[in-house]
Each structure stands twice: as structure tokens, then as C-alpha cells.
Design a binder for this molecule. Structure first.
Ligand code: F3S
Length: 426
């Protein structure tokens, strides 16, 4: 049975308010089911309601967003009014960009739901981040911090690159953590579960984000849900590459944490990363493995590209700057659309810097708050798309039926300008 501190006992007993009591009750059940013997205090929560038809349906029958919020975030239909949260909590990606939802083919009903959620978030103190890359806009996970986050790519980034500690939470547990500031101490919150069991020897150079993404995808294929360590990486990090790597590893295998020997905070060297034990298995990543991943992620067959999609995970300002440089004043093909996804605060910076105007003149769109995989949208009539993200190449064809090429960023820009497919770099 989970042991409670005095503060937690007060929350469970209702002395700290009804919402905290409901949340603590949920978390106690959760902790007991997991076998956790205590809670840890957390620094932030990544969560929110989402926009699935099922959630909207529940809202219709339970008094709107507040009813759905209580049902999904606190597992209750208690009549008590929803109170503001006490822990810093932010919403993950939503199903639309409210400034261009029509271009995204979002229905009027979904738009109204999105706006109702936003109004509700503001009342409860949930920050309307609407991004899968919160670390780009100020919520940077720090070494040793405990978090209660959802969103696989952000979790993999927080654990692996920052050395923060989070399991993959669900809507309900994250919601309850937002009220209590607690999460059960199990899984990746415990140091003994953070050492690597598997080793992947990297035998090829990592030239750009495309190479990092491809490596991440193979990492997920071999580590699956186990903790592993990449050995032999010589290159330094850049944000674009490491974002691609963590997102891809979480997409192909559910990796929540991996180490890079000599690079990441919990892996000063290979031996430490492995907890001074021999690995259960050693894998190799060379030219053949890289080719295998690129064959798997390139489902395109046509010569024409209708749609280029960049920003999975959401772009940094640096990536937008790079896209502007790659465009070099050129316009997109009349037959091709390009959507670039970026956290909303960075879109404002892109406007201020003049990058947004350059992109508009070229015929491209900057979008925020959403992504095609979550919304399952594309410009009307799209048959073939090009992406620079292994994660998006993994999900997009299956979700939308759109055949997809996986290119590096420069190739994506060339595809958008020419409207033609590019030769895959193996
Ligand atoms: Fe983010 Fe959507 Fe990619 S949530 S990581 S842009 S699939």
C-alpha cells in the first residue's frame, strides 16, 4: 500500500478541497495498482483533454467541457465545480490552429470544441501551450526533476536528453497530478530502472537531422520498451537532430529513455550507462540498418509531390531560419503546398524576424497548435507527401492513406519548389 505524507493525507481527506480529494483518490488507486510505496513531488504536468469524437460525445451528455474534464482527468461525475490546478500544467497539441482551421479542413464542430477547451483551460490554469515541444518555449525539463508528462516524443526528450524523470502518463493520471503535484514513485522515477539493458553500437556518422531521425527509428526497433544505450556516437547534439531522434525512437518502439554514452547526463561512459553490468544484447547500426529504415519509411511511388510537411516535433526558430535560407528567395511549385508547424510563441518571433513573410511570399504556411498526424489532415486532393520526420513518416501514411517520402530538410524544400520527388539518400 502506498504511504502518504501528512500533506497527502489532508488532500485525501478533503481538507484541501474537493478537486484535490478526487485527484488524490484516483492517484492512490493508481499507485496501489502499480505497487508504488510512495509519491514523488512533480515540477510540471503535460496533459489536457484532446479532441476525439468520443470525448466530445461525453461532453455533450455531461454538461460540456467541465463534465468531460472531470470524467477524463479525475474519473468522476462529482457535481463539485472544477477548481484551478495547483501545479504548473500545460496542454499538449490540439486538433487545429485556430487562425487557419478552415485551411486545415477542421469541421465547424471541432473548431467550437477547441475554442471551448481553450476557454476552460484558462479558467483552470492549464497553460495553452498546444505543442509537443514544450522545451522550446520555456518549460525545459531539468536534470533529476520529476514530471508527469504525456506525449511520447517529449517524454523521451525529457528522460534521455535532460535527465528528468517521467513515465508515460495518461489523461487521467496527468490530470490528477495537476491537482495534487504528485505522481506514484515507480518506473522511471526510480534510479534502478534507468540503467541500460541493451547496447546499440553506432557505426555510421550522423550528418544531419535526417541521420539522427533514422538512427532514432532503428533504436526504437531494437530497444522496444527497454532502456538502452547508444555507443560510438561522435557527433555533438543539435536541437533539430536530437528532437528527430527522440521522437522516432518513441514512435517505432515506445522508447521512454535511452542513453548516449559520453553525451547524455546519466551516461558519462558506457559502463555507467549499463549500471556496470554486461548488456543483455548488443546490436549494430551501420549502412545496412540505415537503409532498412529508409526503405521502411519511404512509401512514395509517384514522381509528383502534392504536400510537404515540416515540424514534427514542432520546429525551433532555428529550423525556420534554416528553411528560409534553403528556399533562398524561391517560390513553391504551384502544385505543392508546404505546412511548417511551430509552437505559437515562436511563430510570433518568426513574424517579427520577417521569416513568416518570406514563407508566405514563397507560398508556404506556418501553423501552430496542431499537427497533421493528430488531426489526420492534409491539403485537399493530396496523394503524395514528403516529410523530414521519421515519426511522421511512420504514422502519416497509415492514418491518412497518403503515400509519404522521408527526406532530409533540404530535399523537402527542393520537393516543395519543384513539385517533384527526390532521390532518397540511403
Ligand atoms: Fe508532435 Fe504531432 Fe509529431 S504531436 S511529435 S508533430 S506527430
Amino acid at each position: 500500500m502506498v504511504k502518504l505524507t501528512d500533506t497527502e493525507k489532508r488532500m485525501a481527506g478533503g481538507e484541501s478541497g474537493r478537486m484535490k480529494q478526487l485527484a488524490m483518490t484516483l492517484l492512490i488507486d493508481y499507485a496501489n495498482a502499480l505497487g508504488a510505496d510512495r509519491f514523488v513531488e512533480i515540477s510540471s504536468v503535460a496533459g489536457g483533454l484532446g479532441g476525439s469524437p468520443f470525448i466530445q460525445d461525453v461532453a455533450e451528455h455531461r454538461g460540456g467541457v467541465a463534465g468531460a474534464f472531470k470524467e477524463f482527468l479525475l474519473n468522476t461525475d462529482d457535481p463539485a465545480p472544477v477548481e484551478p490546478v495547483d501545479t504548473f500544467a500545460f496542454s499538449l497539441i490540439s486538433t487545429m490552429d485556430k487562425t487557419c482551421w478552415k485551411a486545415q479542413n477542421v469541421s465547424e464542430k471541432d473548431y467550437r470544441w477547441g475554442m471551448a477547451c481553450e476557454a476552460f483551460y484558462k479558467k483552470t490554469g492549464f497553460q495553452c501551450y498546444y505543442t509537443c515541444a514544450p522545451y522550446l518555449i520555456g518549460t525545459v525539463p531539468l536534470f533529476g526533476q520529476h514530471l508527469a508528462w504525456m506525449e511520447s516524443s517529449a517524454i523521451s526528450f525529457a528522460n534521455s536528453i535532460a535527465g528528468a524523470r517521467t513515465n508515460t502518463e495518461g489523461t487521467e493520471s496527468a490530470g490528477a497530478s495537476a491537482y495534487t503535484g504528485r505522481t506514484p514513485c515507480w518506473g522511471l522515477h526510480l534510479p534502478e530502472n534507468r540503467t541500460a539493458r541493451y547496447q546499440l553500437d553506432v557505426r555510421v556518422p550522423l550528418r544531419d537531422g535526417y541521420d539522427w531521425g533514422t538512427l532514432g527509428y532503428y533504436t526504437g526497433m531494437v530497444f522496444q520498451e527497454q532502456v538502452g544505450v547508444l555507443n560510438g556516437v561522435r557527433e555533438g547534439f543539435d536541437m533539430a537532430g536530437i528532437k528527430q531522434c527522440t521522437a522516432a525512437a518513441a514512435a517505432s518502439g515506445g522508447v521512454e529513455l535511452f542513453h548516449i554514452a559520453g553525451k547524455t547526463p546519466e551516461a558519462p561512459d558506457l559502463r555507467t550507462a549499463l549500471g556496470r553490468r554486461p548488456p543483455a544484447e548488443v546490436f549494430s547500426y551501420g549502412e545496412n540498418e540505415r537503409r532498412l529504415v529508409r526503405e521502411k519509411l519511404n512509401s512514395g511511388t509517384r514522381g509528383n509531390i502534392d504536400f510537404v510537411l515540416i515540424g514534427c516535433p514542432h520546429c525551433s526558430l532555428e529550423e525556420v531560419w534554416e528553411i528560409v535560407r534553403l528556399l533562398n528567395g524561391r517560390k513553391l511549385s504551384g502544385n505543392t503546398e508546404m505546412w511548417i508547424f511551430i509552437p505559437d510563441p515562436l511563430r510570433h518571433l518568426a513574424e517579427r524576424q520577417g521569416y513568416a513573410a518570406v514563407l508566405r511570399r514563397a507560398g508556404a504556411r506556418l501553423m501552430s497548435d496542431s499537427c497533421p498526424a493528430v488531426s489526420m489532415v492534409a491539403p485537399e486532393g493530396t496523394v503524395t507527401a514528403a516529410v523530414n520526420s521519421a515519426k511522421q513518416a511512420h504514422y502519416y501514411p497509415g492514418l491518412t492513406g497518403i503515400e509519404t517520402y522521408f527526406y532530409n530538410t533540404a530535399q523537402c524544400i527542393e520537393a516543395a519548389v519543384s513539385g517533384k520527388s527526390q532521390e532518397v539518400i540511403w
